[in-house]
Structures are given as C-alpha cells and as structure tokens.
Design a protein around this ligand. Structure first.
Ligand code: ADP
Ligand code: MG
Length: 677
C-alpha cells in the first residue's frame, strides 16, 4: 500500500489481517458502532443498561484482591458517585486515575456490587474546558496491536485523499432514491451528532442503504459476469443418444414424476451445449435426485465420455455406488469405486481403470479428485450434497480435466432470496414434488421421561416387520466425537437390553469404513431391525422399509439436520412416524426449532424459518457461503435492495457495461475468489 505518509510495515501487516491491502480498502472499512462523546451525562442521571459519557473527579482509587484482582476507582461529580472497575490494567492506567484528576469515561452502566458501575470504560484525563467531540466517534473492527486512533487516522487520511467518485449515474441514484456514494461514506465515517447512533448501528440509515446496495450490486454483477464467461468456455457436447437413458427408464419400476421429467429435460439440454453446464439440482430429501443424476451420467456415457460421481461421505458414496451398479450393470456399465479407505493396491487399480478410460463411471468420495487421479476423457462431474464440500474441494473440481460439465445436487432447500443471492452464477433446477405413494410422516414430540413408552413403540414396529432408526445427536463440545460416540454406544446397550428380541446394530463415525458399510448393508437387507446411529446417517441413506425414526435429544439438533434425518423414513408406503425425544430444560431457541419441525414438513418452509432463526451464513455453511462474504448487506433484512440490485445488474450489463465495470472495479478489485464458491 502506498500512501503519502509512510505506514510502517508492522501496521501494514495488521491492516492486511483486516483485509485492507490498498488505500481504497480503508474507505470501505466501516464502523461497527459509534460512541457518543458529543455530550456528557450527569452521574446523577445514570441508568443501568445505557452507554454514556460521564465526567468526574477521581475521589478514590485502589487495587482490590477479592473476589479477584481489580482496580476500583470512584468518580465523583458533585455529591454523586460512579464506580469504575478494571479487571486487567496497567500501572499507567492506575496513574492516569490518580485521586484528584478529572476524567472523562465512556462505557456501559451496570448495576454492580457497589451500586452503578462501568466495567472497563474508556477513560481519558481532561481539563474542565476540554472541548467535546463534534461528531459521533466511529469504532472500527480492528485487530490486536492496531489501535482505534491509528486506524481512524489512516481512514481519515484516505477519505481526504481519494476521490470518492460515484460509480452510478445520478439519474439511476434518483430513480432508486439512493444517496451519493461519497456523502454516504463520509457520513458513516463521521456522522454528525444529530443522527442517532441506533439508526446507524441498525444500518437502516440512508447512507448504509447506499453502501449495502453497492455491495449487493457488485455481488450480482460479478456473478452475472462469471455466468457469461462460462458461456464462452468450451465443454464437450453430449447430445442425447437415448439408447442408454431410455434403456434405464424402461427398466425402472416407477415412472419419473413431472418434476423429475422437467429437471431431466433441463439437464439433458445443458449437456448438449458446447459450454460447461453448472447446474444445481435442488430437491427436498426423498424427492428422487439420484435417478436424475444417473440419467445425466448415462447421457455422457452414451457419448463415450467419463463421469465422476462424488459424495461427501463414504456411506453416501457407497450407497450411490450400489444403487448405480444395480441400475447400470444390466446396461453393460461397470462403475468403479474409489475412496480414501481403499488399500493402496486397490486404489491404484481403480486409478488405472480411470486413466485408461476402461471405466466410464467412477463413484466415490473426494478421493476421486486427488492429483494422482487422472481421467481419460472426463465429460461430467456429479457432486451430491455439494454444500457439504469445502471451497477448496470445489475449486479442485473445476480445474480438473478440460472443463467437464457439472451437476451439483443439494437437499438443503434454500429460500428464494438466498438462492438469488448465493447461486446467481449457477443455473438452478428444482424438484418440487415428491414421488407418489408416500404416506406423510407423522411427527411426535415426546419428553424423555416417557422413554420407556418409546421403547415399546420400537418393539411393536419391528415385530410388525418394519425397521427403526434411533439417532443419537452430535453434542457440541470440544471432544464432540468422543461424546457422541459414547452416547451412541450407551444407547445401543440400553436398547439391546430393553429389547432383547430385536436385532440391534450400531453405526457411528468412528467405525472403520468396511465395518460401517457392513452394518448399513445389514440394515438395508433387513438382517438388522433397529439401527442405533450417530448423525452419520444424516444424508442420503435410503431404506424404504424403515418407518419409525426416533431422534434422541432432538432439542440439541439444528432444523436442517432434523429435517434431513426425518426424511430417512416415509420412503415406503407404510405410515411413518418420527419421534422427537427431548430432555428438559429446553432453551427458547430449541423450543422454537422443535415447534417449526413439528408443524412443518415442507423443507422450503423449514429453511425459510431457519433463515430467520439463524441467518444465512450458518444455513449454507459459513466457510463457503458467498453470502457470508457480504460484509454490510444482510439478505434477510435487505431483500428489497437485493431485488433491486438484481434488476439493475442486468440493466447495466445490457446498456452500460462501462458503469458495471467501474462498479466491479471498486468493489471487487481485490476479491477474485469472491465468486469461486
Ligand atoms: P434424494 O432426492 O433424497 O436423493 P433419492 O434419489 O434417494 O432421493 O430417492 C428416494 C427414493 O425414491 C428412492 O428409493 C428412489 O428409488 C425413489 N424414487 C425416485 N423417484 C421415484 C419416482 N418417480 N417414483 C417412485 N419412487 C421414486
Ligand atoms: Mg440423495
């Protein structure tokens, strides 16, 4: 970073930590909140819970050792007193607060042991006539070793020296009722005292709206540009030959639902194009995505191209492998299996078949995309539960081979606004209908006090020839895996003792893959009647005869997880039941979640409510969420801005590409991988 006054390298390093690499980045480093040092509140008028600035004379200052070492200081104004308390302090602070000094302190007032107090207020020694600040004091996000005053000075300097030209034409601003960029920025960095700190902090002020709009517009533009660039790249054209796809369709014991047919047409059409497909197939659990993926694979294979079919866990990948083999061997296609747990020899044999082009379909975990795996003629990549993969893995996918088509699948139903924002660079197909013949799942909330009754239900279901899942939750503690495991083992023991006549199996994440697969296979074949499992079965397991699911400690689980788990039953024609066992006390949030899952079965509605409860970052997995990279806008609150940004992005790219370019330049100059989700 070059600036008129040289910034020391140590400071540059700290700035880089904050994502500030260019001087212009300082402009968009906006305050988290503000402190109001423009006036003083008399100590006599203080109330607990408010953050204010006070002024007084130190009447007493001492270090106390009980209940813990702290610096206690009494500030006096007339006859009124306020306690200042510091738990960590330096000798210099102690000196600053010497008896007789006049101090200005700003902080939150609380009711403490000695009456009203401020803990760790910001203090400075003043004279009686030291002037007050003229505007609210911005408090910036910062990092250890970079103080607010230093950062503030750098920002003020940038504001003075960089031209704050508007990237958007005045007519557009007028139409959208947005304030100019420069004014908005200056206001946010330096708000006048007449503006309430709360409209600034809630980001509802017009200046904030302008910045948020700009950010959303940049995001939308960049995704559109990305989309357009993809259309210029070359992928193999894989038109429908229909010999294999029709053969599979004719063999199926069911016909595709209308929704499946619709998405299949979309995918089939994409594959016939000469630019790479990047399509997301969204469908609730049980909506039948796998068959659609199999058809896509066959269309590539019909054209002599290879397909890589990848799933995030070994259990799920294996299940796909078995399913595909069942469907495809009769068509003369022998898929090859590849996972991290294969023996070295088996792995190299699989790699050899992939490299030679001997096999046209490889199924497995992300082991498929190790550098050592070379495809002979890769035409299509299918990724199931794509949101479970990290960014790195998805980048690796893209770079592999000469631009294969990509089909990504997800059972995380995403509310429309979120999809608009997050997936604007992808084409999206939605299966919005479940296959017929499913009986709706009945959900029951049962207190753990009635655990024994639930055992009886399990017994009855199994004796009636059905199968049962009993899921133990992931417990969020540091050694989560251990605790989860322990929990599952104990529950397995408890159930085996309570239900001696049943064949009870146990599956958890720590089992060696071969054993895990054996347990799953035994459950699938009906050899096991009751499967106690940790959340390893969360995604994709398909056992139509299972009609009862018990979720232990349901109060600890997230909504998406509960919905996914519940989707493991209700896959056959039998009436299915999901019992959510909960243990008191149930937190407010957990209660809200249980209510939502109890009242709703539609994954999209559940996701919408989840978004309200949790926010988008968590819903999509913060690591890979393009939304999480929005620093200012919040798509829950700024839906109207997002909608506008979408429209304007299209208009600008169509009619004013220069404006679009300038805007992207300002917002994205430094963020090339903003989009590479
Ligand atoms: P998901 O979308 O959750 O991956 P699956 O592909 O595993 O769902 O399908 C769930 C079950 O529904 C499977 O047993 C599958 O064979 C069956 N299935 C899929 N499509 C249909 C259909 N059109 N009619 C009847 N059953 C279907
Ligand atoms: Mg699936």
């Amino acid at each position: 970073m070059k600036t008129p006054d040289k910034i020391p390298p140590a400071t540059l390093a700290k700035l880089a930590k904050l994502g500030i690499h260019h001087r212009a980045d300082l402009l968009l480093h906006l305050p988290l909140r503000y402190e109001d040092e423009t006036h003083l509140t008399p100590i006599a008028a203080l109330d607990a819970g408010v953050t204010v600035q006070v002024q007084g004379v130190v009447s007493h200052c001492e270090v106390m050792y009980r209940p813990r070492r702290s610096l206690i200081c009494r500030l006096q104004e007339g006859n009124d007193e306020l306690t200042l308390r510091f738990l960590n302090f330096y000798p210099s602070q102690q000196k600053q607060l010497a008896v007789g000094k006049t101090i200005r302190a700003i902080g939150e007032v609380r009711m403490g042991y000695f009456g009203l107090e401020m803990v760790h207020p910001k203090c400075r020694a003043v004279d009686d006539d030291t002037p007050l600040q003229q505007s609210l004091t911005p408090i910036y996000p910062t990092t250890a070793g970079l103080s607010q005053p230093v950062l503030r000075k750098l920002i003020v300097n940038a504001l003075e020296n960089i031209a704050l030209t508007d990237t958007l034409p005045p007519a557009l601003l007028k139409k959208l009722q947005l304030t100019p960029f420069g004014d908005s920025l200056r206001l946010l960095h330096n708000p006048t005292p007449d503006i309430s700190a709360s409209t600034l902090e809630q980001r509802s002020h017009a200046a904030w709206r302008r910045i948020k709009f700009d950010e959303l517009l940049a995001q939308q533009l960049s995704m559109r540009v990305h989309h357009r660039e993809r259309n210029k790249r070359i992928a193999p054209t894989l038109p429908p030959q229909r010999n294999l796809t029709n053969a599979l369709l004719n063999k199926l014991p069911f016909t595709l639902t209308n929704a499946q047919q619709k998405v299949w047409r979309e995918i089939s059409g994409d594959l016939a194009q000469s630019h790479p497909m990047q399509r997301l197939l969204l469908g609730d659990v049980g909506s039948g995505k796998t068959i659609v993926a199999a058809l896509a694979a066959l269309q590539a294979i019909e054209n002599g191209y290879q397909v890589a079919f990848m799933a995030p866990t070994e259990i799920l990948a294996e299940q796909h492998f078995l399913k595909l083999r069942e469907w495809l061997v009769a068509l003369g296609i022998e898929p090859v299996w590849l996972s991290g747990s294969l023996k070295k020899k088996e792995k190299s044999a699989a790699a050899e078949r992939i490299a030679s082009g001997d096999t046209l379909l490889a199924v497995g975990t992300h082991a498929l995309f190790q550098a050592s795996i070379e495809f002979n003629k890769l035409g299509l990549v299918i990724v199931d539960e794509q949101h479970k993969f990290g960014v790195q893995q998805r980048l690796a996918l893209r770079n592999k081979g000469d631009e294969p088509h990509q089909l990504m699948m997800s059972a995380t139903p995403i509310p429309r606004t979120l999809a608009m924002s997050y997936y604007a660079d992808l084409d999206v197909s939605v299966i919005d209908e479940l296959p017929p013949g499913r009986t709706p799942i009945v959900t029951k909330l049962v207190s753990d006090a009635r655990r024994e009754e639930v055992f009886e239900r399990v017994r009855a279901a199994c004796l009636a020839g059905r199968q049962v899942y009993w899921v133990c939750p992931l417990i969020e503690e540091s050694d989560a895996m251990e605790v989860e495991l322990q929990n599952a083992i104990e529950t397995h023991q408890q159930l085996s003792e309570a239900l001696p006549e049943l064949k009870v199996g146990l599956a958890h994440g720590r089992l060696p893959p071969a054993e895990k697969a054996a347990v799953m296979a035994a459950f699938k074949s009906g050899a096991l009647q009751l499967l106690v499992a940790t959340t390893v079965i969360e995604v994709g397991v398909d056992v139509p005869n299972a009609s009862l699911m018990v979720i232990d400690h349901a109060e600890r689980m997230g909504l998406a997880q509960l919905h996914q788990l519940r989707g493991r039953v209700g896959r056959g024609a039998a009436e299915s039941l999901c019992v959510l066992l909960f243990q008191q006390p149930v937190s407010e949030l957990a209660r809200a979640r249980l209510k939502i899952i109890f009242e709703n079965s539609d994954g999209f509605i559940i996701a919408q409510q989840d978004l309200q409860l949790r926010g988008p970052g968590e819903l999509l997995g913060a690591r890979q969420s393009g939304v999480a990279m929005l620093r200012f806008a919040d798509i829950r609150e700024d839906e109207d801005l997002l909608e506008q940004a979408r429209q304007i992005a299209d208009e600008l790219l169509q009619n004013s590409p220069d404006v679009a370019r300038a805007h992207l330049q300002r917002w994205m100059a430094n963020k090339h991988d903003f989009l590479h989700v």
